[in-house]
Design a protein around this ligand. Structure first.
Ligand code: KG4
Ligand code: ZN
Length: 365
């Protein structure tokens, strides 16, 4: 089995990235400076919307339909041919197992057939590095150490990141129950917004001058940095029922619904900032302390969160890196980039597997 440290294979040629962990099929081409030459995303949201969430069987079939045409188009959009590709990176987990298998099998076949190194990449590590990607030009230089907050439909965690080191990613906290995006989606569904609800909540709250509603922000008493959103979800749903807002957003956004959304969104943002602040205070006395804070994942597209994090960063003198919106959502550019900068190891294509559970920071043997 080959075992090449990430980086050494990337000095020449192009890197092809493949992402199929959930409901976006994506293929990207990056060069050795992390410049994105193409990043194509086929979203399946319309196919899943009638069911109010992602249907795994539909996701797998959609990936099968879109993946190889996207590979062909990504290569030609980059002005390249398959001969210019020198390595392949693929999301091997975590995610929906049937969806992951489509990308992994395609990447295995390409790597095997063309004798290229194959890098299995953790999807969350892709999100962790995504704020350093630029739509135009080389990637932003990464600091020796930074904190990354990843908030998506399935995950809410803060990571301690040391690019190109022996231990590039350590998990600092996690959510004890629901993920931030999941709570956005569930509460949004209850008030009548289509899936995925997060962007609808954001849009509705922009119509509100203020909010007369108040929501609980969980503070854990055991000194833990963990998130907990299930109490907020339950209280938001209870309040929406009492206020007659159940299903209301399917028609139009009333001033009451706008205010409700504004207060609910503010409670999510407040908890995220509270934990960031606590983690930052805990690590800021260390000698090689983190110097930057990066926010990533689908919820990082939220304007209220972006504003709050920028404000927090300027109050604390911390450089804040926000991903361009195209890199918030699931995409293959971040997967290829993670293979380059987080010390991923190339593996024998025959031994790479799809893994529905995959802890960030762990590596294939
Ligand atoms: O990272 P992502 O595209 O997929 C994974 O879950 O991996 O994240 C999707 C999540 C959904 O829960 C969606 O509602 C949420 O990100 N989201 C937002 C916004 N845009 C996407 N939540 C709040 N405000 C937004 N603008
Ligand atoms: Zn994701």
């Amino acid at each position: 089995m080959t075992s090449t440290r990430g980086g050494s294979s990337f000095h020449s040629g192009l890197l092809l990235g493949v992402e199929t962990s959930c409901d976006e099929t994506s293929v990207a081409i990056l060069d050795h400076e992390g410049a994105v030459h193409s990043n194509l995303i086929a979203s399946q949201i319309e196919r899943h919307r009638p069911f109010g969430g992602v249907v795994p069987e539909i996701a797998s079939r959609e990936h099968l339909r879109h993946l190889m045409p996207l590979v062909t188009k990504a290569v030609s959009d980059a002005g390249a041919t398959l001969d210019d590709i020198s390595a392949i990176a693929v999301t091997s987990g975590p995610g929906l197992i049937g969806a992951l298998l489509v990308g992994v099998a395609a990447a295995q076949a390409l790597a095997w057939g063309r004798r290229l190194p194959l890098y299995p990449v953790n999807h969350l590590e892709g999100h962790i590095v995504s704020p350093y990607l630029n739509r135009a030009g080389a990637a932003t230089p990464m600091p020796g150490r930074y904190l990354a907050l990843v908030v998506s439909g399935g995950h809410s965690s803060i990571y301690d990141v040391r690019p190109r080191s022996e231990v590039p990613v350590a998990v600092i906290n996690r959510t004890r129950d629901d993920a931030a995006g999941e709570v956005f989606d569930k509460v949004a569904k209850f008030v009548g917004f289509p899936y995925p609800g997060g962007p609808h909540v954001e849009r509705a709250s922009q119509d509100a001058a203020g909010s007369r509603f108040s929501f609980p922000v969980a503070k854990l008493k055991d000194g833990s940095f963990d998130f907990s959103f299930s109490g907020l979800k339950a209280s938001a749903i209870r309040l929406a029922r009492v206020e007659g807002l159940e299903g209301a957003g399917a028609e139009s956004v009333s001033p009451d619904l706008a205010g409700f959304c504004k207060g609910f969104q503010a409670a999510i943002v407040e908890q995220l900032i509270d934990r960031l602040d606590a983690v930052w205070r805990a690590v800021s006395n260390e000698s090689a302390r983190p110097t930057e804070l990066a926010i990533a994942g689908g919820v990082a597209a939220n304007g209220a969160l972006r504003d709050a994090v920028l404000e927090w960063g300027s109050a604390h003198g911390v450089v804040v890196r926000l991903p361009e919106k195209i890199f918030c959502t699931d995409n293959a550019a971040m997967i290829a980039f993670a293979a380059m900068v987080l010390g991923e190891r190339a593996a024998d294509p025959a031994r790479v597997t799809a893994r529905s559970r995959f802890q960030p920071g762990t590596r294939f043997p």
